[in-house]
Write a protein that binds this ligand. Sequence first.
Ligand code: PGA
Length: 257
Amino acid sequence: MISAKLLVAGNWKMHGVRADLSQIEAVKTGVGRSTAVDVAIFLPAQLIESAARLADGSPLTIGAQDCHFKDSGAFTGDISAPMLRDAGARAVIVGHSERRTGHGETSKTVRAKAEAALRAGLRVIVCIGETKGERAAGLAESVCARQLTESVPDEGSPADIVIAYEPVWAIGSGMTPSPEDIGLMHKFLRESLHRRFKVSQEQRWRILYGGSVTPANASSIFSGSEVDGALVGGASLNASSFLAIIAAASEASKPKP
Ligand code: PGA
């Protein structure tokens, strides 16, 4: 994923049955052969194989929303990174706040999952973000810095790991931080990554913003020079709203006169 390109990633969460593959088809058609921005859709596991087949030969990447930290074993109900890869996934999200909160996942677990994903040859989106209370207490940067350090494995690089900054209070709430606050956080996170991994300036580490991104606010979010794309939940379920966000990213990618 080393690329100056914006990445627009959809996270369907626990939504989608086979009839909804028509939305994937519509996104594929809408994207066409265009590679102006990178586009990925992270699906519930049972749709991955069919969606990967549908997207084959198109620039659309199909991914999963979570994986186990072991490659196989006695873990009833879990799914491993090699299984996802076998089904056609090429990327996986780890550390989403709904996993951290709803399933008690610590950053240590998230890091082990990211390591498993890398072993399986999947690219990874590592999610981090502060709660409303943490932001109000002035702790947003320190909380995110800690999650970042603890969740991103030492083997990671800008080629295979993308960070998604998703303030917990912005997810599904209709609220977003100001573009300035997003820019400040992304700059802070990028500097931390570049220091730790000794990454050169040319190898920009991609940092997405996530939380209530819609066709209405996408252009303003993408106009920030620190934003490398978006992780989109609700607005990715419908092909036309997702395509509108992709169009905003393409527009923002055009060289400025
Ligand atoms: P949302 O979700 O766009 O519905 O706020 C984003 C996410 O949780 O990744």
